[in-house]
Design a binder for this molecule. Structure first.
Ligand SMILES: C[S@@+](CC[C@H](N)C(=O)[O-])C[C@H]1O[C@@H](n2cnc3c(N)ncnc32)[C@H](O)[C@@H]1O
Length: 292
């Protein structure tokens, strides 16, 4: 093990911000090196921002310095902070995250907001397709303890990860299982179906940038200019929705028109889209009523 000379938190932050400087501008995830250094130290050593401010003159132990040196090396290679620390925040949940699936994004919280704004039965049955860490499903299960939430993913490692999150958070109104979209859900009906499926075109240059280049293509990329999974879900959702049930989907910022067309073609009414906080059209959805 390398022997690290004694260092205070303040000095470590200063040196680390300088070390990260070459990445700023190159890596879209690192826009503010001082903030990045604070997040790295806080997340690796589990120190809140307030506590960090009070401990700036504390000396870091050798064990802490070794942990931080390893984390900094990985961060300098561009690895996302969430994969280095293995945890990330979504809505009001701290989730375990892993490279088998996407790191939950703030944009996706719009789907949670939308779900909570709908007039659904008190004991609504809700389905989250492609659950990854379980982010959407677990946020809803926590917000609505009387809802019965089902969450599926086709990736066995993602299912195991979502189950660990569900068990740690003790959200017993959420069932998690493995399914290729609807394949394991025959005969079930839901009042609301949500999904943040893969929707990026395989040639999209964003796949080579920032955190995204460390995330699995199976969580990101879909054929047909990114629309194949969105189309599959729109086409099959009516078989799994109750009368008057809703489907809401996250999609790329240029895909709202295409997704609205997919929803209309599948028979959905009251089709609309919502913008994210950056002003981009981010989610679209509609209501299903069986033809008379
Ligand atoms: C964009 S990620 C979303 C993860 C999570 N819902 C979130 O918002 O953070 C897409 C997820 O869909 C899953 N997925 C991809 N193809 C699938 C399929 N055919 N059936 C079920 N899940 C699938 C991936 O494994 C991945 O976890």
């Amino acid at each position: 093990m390398t022997d690290h000379p004694p260092l205070t938190i303040a000095l470590w932050l200063q040196q680390t911000a300088a070390a990260l400087l070459p990445l700023a501008g190159l890596d879209v995830a690192i826009s503010d090196v001082r903030l990045e250094a604070r997040r790295l130290l806080g997340d690796v050593l589990d120190i809140t921002p307030t506590a960090l401010q009070l401990r700036l003159n504390d000396l870091l132990s050798h064990a802490e310095l070794a942990l931080l040196a390893d984390a900094l090396q990985r961060r300098l290679q561009g690895e996302p902070l969430a994969y280095i620390t293995g945890r990330w925040w979504f809505w009001d949940l701290e989730l375990e995250v892993a490279p088998c699936t996407l790191i939950p994004r703030p944009d996706t919280e719009l789907l949670v907001e939308q779900a909570l704004s709908l007039a659904l039965p008190a004991t609504a049955r809700v389905l989250d397709l492609g659950t990854g860490t379980g982010a959407i499903a677990l946020a809803l299960a926590k917000a609505k303890l009387d809802w019965q939430v089902t969450a599926v993913d086709f990736n066995a490692d993602a299912v195991a990860l979502a189950l660990r999150n569900q068990q740690r958070l003790q959200l017993h109104n959420c069932q998690i299982g493995q399914s290729d979209w609807f394949s394991a859900l025959a005969g079930q009906r839901f009042d609301l179906i949500l999904s943040n499926p893969p929707y990026i075109d395989a040639l999209d240059p964003h796949l080579q940038q920032g955190d995204v280049k460390f995330e699995p293509l199976s969580a990101l990329v879909a054929p047909m200019a990114g629309l194949a999974d969105l189309q599959h879900i729109c086409q099959h959702a009516p078989e799994f929705l109750t009368e008057g049930g809703w489907l809401w989907l996250e999609h790329g910022y240029q895909q709202a028109d295409a997704v609205q067309q997919l929803l209309q073609a599948a028979g959905f009414t009251e089709v609309s889209s919502r913008r994210d906080y950056a002003g981009q059209w981010r989610i679209s959805g509609g209501c299903f009523r069986a033809p008379i």
